[in-house]
Every structure is written in structure tokens, then in C-alpha cells.
Design a protein around this ligand. Structure first.
Ligand code: NAP
Length: 356
């Protein structure tokens, strides 16, 4: 692989062109380029070896042309970017040194030159799987934690509904809600996710057995979402953790209780539509006095160490589990990313670039 000791071949996942509609594997190309493993003298950059990459729904917005400063477009012809776990190979930055483990925004490639490493988080706890920093201990974990505890303001005994419940964020919201003593129902889009899934040579009910949800349903097998929600919540929903939007949100609005809360985390059913669907039952927000609040996890990043103090013990004591869907190698990264939009992933979707 090495041409000399400092220049290596660098496999990359390149965005070919801006994407319209549902993303496809062929929107990306995996090809090799080369990279010097030394940062330029006097620069503040760091050079990292990428270990694990996170597949996240927000990346879809960056595949389209847009001028949103929070979700700026990827550059066609260049590697796409996302959250990942990496090891520092060389550093010109006083706060990072060779061998440090970090998580944060990096390139979808074997090695990345990160010009502004200030936004990266250093990884100090390695008694848990490193891949967890793409999920439960990274951006999706913070999303579940901030969204549930801060935005939902939950109370013991409340009725909670989580859509996309088996995913990176949803599986944690469900478990946090159970730890608080709430009644929790989750939905997902396949029998496999809701009912039986092979795990460590046993068949387990993912949402109910593995994550402890009180009830679960497959929304793709329900002709009437309103009826499904009335079946699961005869007394109505106090808190909806919103991941999908569209028809699901409309059905939920009909089933909210007085003074209910909706944490608007995401609306994945809308991300690939050229024309967003309308919402018809919004009047319920008024006469049921519902508080619906959107949030973006980046606003909570300054609280990362508080988050770790809360969640690391849950992992160590086995109070919270985390299911990952692991794609092996950058060659399989485009399929893993587009699979989020058909529900192919079971648990947190990530890509292993290298295990060390
Ligand atoms: N606000 C924030 O800061 C923030 C941060 C992270 C994530 N999010 C949002 O949170 C949501 C979940 O993200 P995640 O990372 O945990 O992803 P995920 O749930 O691990 O994966 C996405 C899942 O969405 C479901 N889905 C895909 N297309 C759908 C459709 N048309 N209708 C209904 N469900 C669909 C699929 O599961 P099913 O089998 O259930 O269909 C798929 O597995 C997304 O909306 C994401 O944008 C927001």
C-alpha cells in the first residue's frame, strides 16, 4: 500500500453529483487517491486514520444543493463527510497528539486531513466499544438524551410513543423512558425489527425484549395508523418523540392528550420528497394545548461531559443496551447510507473502516 513511508493510498467515498429524490448507491463512487501522512509545518491541522463512520439521515440534506449554513452541501467530486471515530496520526495542533482517539466530523475515506480540529471530541473512555462513539456515546446518543430529558420534560407514568424506534436514536429514547418509569410504545417498519430477530443464536423481540418497550407495531402492516395508535394508547399519548413526520404525525396529533409534548427530532419520511406532504390535524395543537418543539443536537454539544456522566454508567451497569448494524469496509458504505431511507438498518448503522 505505501509508496514510501509517508504517502499512502487513500480509499474515498466520493459524491458524484447533487442528489434529487431517494439517494442511490450509484450517486457515490469508491475510489483510491493518495495522501501524505504528515501535516504541513506550522499548520493547526491534524491527520487522522478513520476507524468507524456513522451513517446519519441528516447527511441526505448535504447531498442536495443547498445554501443552509448548518447543513451545507457536500462538494461533488470530493469525499462526503460525516461523524466518525478516528485516531490521530500526525498533529500540528497543540491540543492533539499522535495516538489520540477522537470523534466528530471527518471524511468518508481511510485518512483525513482535518484543518479545524477544534470541534472534535477527545475519547477518554475506552472500556466501552469504540464504535459506540458513532452512536450511543456520540451524536445520536446526545440527541436521544437532550430530546428526551430536556425537550420532552417527561414524568414517571406518562404514555410515550417513539417512531423509528429501533434506530440509532429511537432505541435509546425507549430505554430512557423505561428507566424513568413511563409506558413506552415504539413503531418500526419491518417484522424483523418489531418481532423476532436472531441475536447471539437466540430469537429475541427487538423492541420489546431487547429494549424493553411495553408494546410495538409495524407501521407498514397497519392500514389505519390512527386505529393502531388508539389500540396501543387507549388513554392517549403524553409524549411523542417524532422521527418520521408526514402521515404518522397526522395520526399522532389525533391521539395526543391534553398538555402533551411533541419533540420534533426529525421527519425522515419527508427528506426525499420534492414536495413535502401537508399536515392536516394541526388544530389539535391548539385545543389539546400541545407543546411541539424542534431541536438540533448541535446546541447541546457543550453539555457533552454531563451527558457522558449520565450515560456511561448506564452502559457499564447494563441498564441500557445498544444494537448496531455494522457494514464492513468503505466499499459497503454507500449501500449502508442509502439503506437508512428504506429502513434496511436494524439498529445504529455504521461503517467499519479499520478496527485499529
Ligand atoms: N434533531 C437532531 O438533532 C437529530 C439528530 C439525529 C437524528 N435526527 C433525526 O432522528 C431520526 C432518526 O435518526 P436515526 O439516526 O436514529 O436513524 P435510524 O432510525 O437509525 O434510521 C432511519 C430509520 O428511519 C426509518 N424510515 C426511513 N424512511 C422512512 C419513511 N419514509 N417513513 C417512516 N420511517 C422511515 C427507517 O426505520 P423503520 O424501519 O422504522 O421504517 C430507518 O431505519 C431522523 O429523522 C433523523 O433525521 C435528528
Amino acid at each position: 500500500m505505501a509508496a514510501n513511508s509517508e504517502v499512502l493510498s487513500n480509499k474515498q467515498v466520493i459524491l458524484k453529483n447533487y442528489v434529487e429524490g431517494f439517494p442511490k448507491e450509484t450517486d457515490m463512487l469508491v475510489k483510491a487517491s493518495s495522501i501524505s501522512l504528515k501535516v504541513e509545518e506550522g499548520s493547526n491541522a491534524i491527520l487522522v486514520k478513520n476507524l468507524y463512520l456513522s451513517c446519519d439521515p441528516y447527511m441526505r440534506a448535504r447531498m442536495s444543493f443547498n445554501q443552509d449554513p448548518d447543513f451545507s452541501s457536500f462538494t461533488p467530486g470530493s469525499p462526503i463527510e460525516g461523524f466518525g471515530v478516528a485516531k490521530v496520526v500526525d498533529s500540528g495542533h497543540p491540543e492533539f497528539k499522535k495516538g489520540d482517539l477522537v470523534w466528530g466530523t471527518t471524511g468518508w475515506e481511510e485518512y483525513s486531513l482535518i484543518k479545524n480540529p477544534q470541534g472534535l471530541f477527545k475519547i477518554h473512555h475506552t472500556d466501552v466499544p469504540l464504535s459506540y462513539y458513532t452512536g450511543i456515546l456520540g451524536m445520536p446518543g446526545m440527541t436521544a438524551w437532550a430530546g428526551f430529558y430536556e425537550i420532552c420534560a417527561p414524568k414517571k407514568g406518562e404514555y410515550i410513543y417513539v417512531s423509528a424506534a429501533s434506530g440509532a436514536v429511537g432505541q435509546l429514547v425507549g430505554q430512557f423512558a423505561k428507566l424513568m418509569g413511563c409506558y413506552v410504545v415504539g413503531s418500526a417498519g419491518s417484522r424483523e425489527k418489531v418481532w423476532l430477530i436472531p441475536m447471539q443464536s437466540q430469537l429475541v423481540e427487538l423492541l420489546k425484549n431487547k429494549f424493553g418497550f411495553d408494546d410495538a407495531f409495524n407501521y407498514k402492516e397497519e392500514n389505519d395508523l390512527d386505529a393502531a395508535l388508539k389500540r396501543c394508547f387507549p388513554e392517549g399519548i403524553d409524549i411523542y418523540f417524532e422521527h418520521v413526520g408526514g402521515k404518522m404525525l397526522d395520526a399522532v396529533l389525533l391521539n395526543m392528550r391534553l398538555h402533551g409534548r411533541i419533540a420534533a427530532c426529525g421527519m425522515i419520511s419527508q427528506y426525499n420528497l420534492s414536495q413535502p406532504e401537508g399536515v392536516h390535524n394541526l388544530m389539535n395543537v391548539v385545543y389539546k394545548r400541545i407543546r411541539m418543539e424542534g431541536f438540533v443536537v448541535f446546541d447541546y454539544f457543550p453539555q457533552y461531559s454531563r451527558f457522558l456522566d449520565a450515560v456511561l454508567p448506564y452502559i457499564r451497569e447494563g441498564k441500557v443496551v445498544y444494537v448496531e448494524d455494522v457494514a464492513d469496509g468503505l466499499e459497503n458504505a454507500p449501500a449502508a447510507l442509502v439503506g437508512l431511507f428504506s429502513g434496511r438498518n436494524v439498529g445504529k448503522q455504521l461503517v467499519v473502516v479499520s478496527r485499529e
